[in-house]
Write a protein that binds this ligand. Structure first.
Ligand code: TMP
Length: 207
């Protein structure tokens, strides 16, 4: 059985924190796991991440942005994800293709079909087995976080963009419910972590 699990959600939902706690749990339990992230995750892909998120690159064309995410993904898959899966490891990836679908396809309004096609080229058969969606609206997420990070080119896009992203996730989940585990991220960090682990037990990833 292959275990390629991606973690998605709007900016500020606590994805990084939850992923770190999950990593600690896995190492305590001795699970053979790789934790990685996108954009980035490997040397070259992290260099592409810097270009994408640099707030000075305000003139970046939306299509250029979409290709850079896909390009970083190709390299990350080659360097990290494919070798780990081929060795039978569990791979948790903080963001993956669904981020491109909703941020570029819907938020930037490039069109979902176009972004799905672009990512088919980048990813091939390496689609996630399922995706954990940390569910919190951008209103609640930014309120909890104390506002958007102005040094982050994506986070600082206007609020309606983040609403389109959130609605985009909701629609993808409604169309493919089997491919998602929706986790309420509105409670305490402990509650969210507990829900997340329960979902992983239900899916047979954890005992
Ligand atoms: P992060 O803050 O979760 O590390 O992600 C960086 C930003 O990049 C975040 O605002 C979401 C965005 N993003 C996309 O727009 N498309 C993508 O394909 C990915 C992976 C991330």
């Amino acid at each position: 059985m292959r275990n390629f699990i991606t973690i998605e959600g709007c900016d500020g939902v606590g994805k990084t924190h939850q992923t770190r706690r999950l990593k600690e749990y896995c190492s305590e339990r001795g699970y053979d796991v790789v934790f990685t992230r996108e954009p980035g995750g490997s040397d070259i892909a992290e260099q592409i991440r810097k270009i994408i998120l640099d707030a000075n690159n305000s003139e970046m064309d939306d299509m250029c942005e979409a290709f850079l995410y896909a390009a970083a993904r190709i390299q990350h898959l080659k360097d990290i994800v494919k070798p780990a899966l081929n060795q039978g490891k569990i791979v948790f990836c903080d963001r993956f293709v669904h981020s491109s679908y909703v941020y570029q396809g819907l938020g930037r309004e490039l069109g979902l079909d176009k972004i799905v096609k672009l990512n088919e080229l980048a990813v091939g058969e390496y689609m996630p087995d399922f995706t954990i969606f940390l569910d919190l609206s951008p209103e609640q997420a930014f309120k909890r976080k104390g506002g958007a990070d102005k040094n982050d080119r994506m986070e600082s896009v206007d609020f309606s963009f983040h609403q389109k992203v959130y609605q985009g996730y909701k629609n993808l989940i409604a169309e493919n419910p089997d491919k998602f585990e929706v986790i309420d991220a509105g409670g305490t960090a402990e509650q969210t972590q507990s829900l997340l682990r329960q979902a992983l037990v239900k899916r047979g990833v954890f005992k």
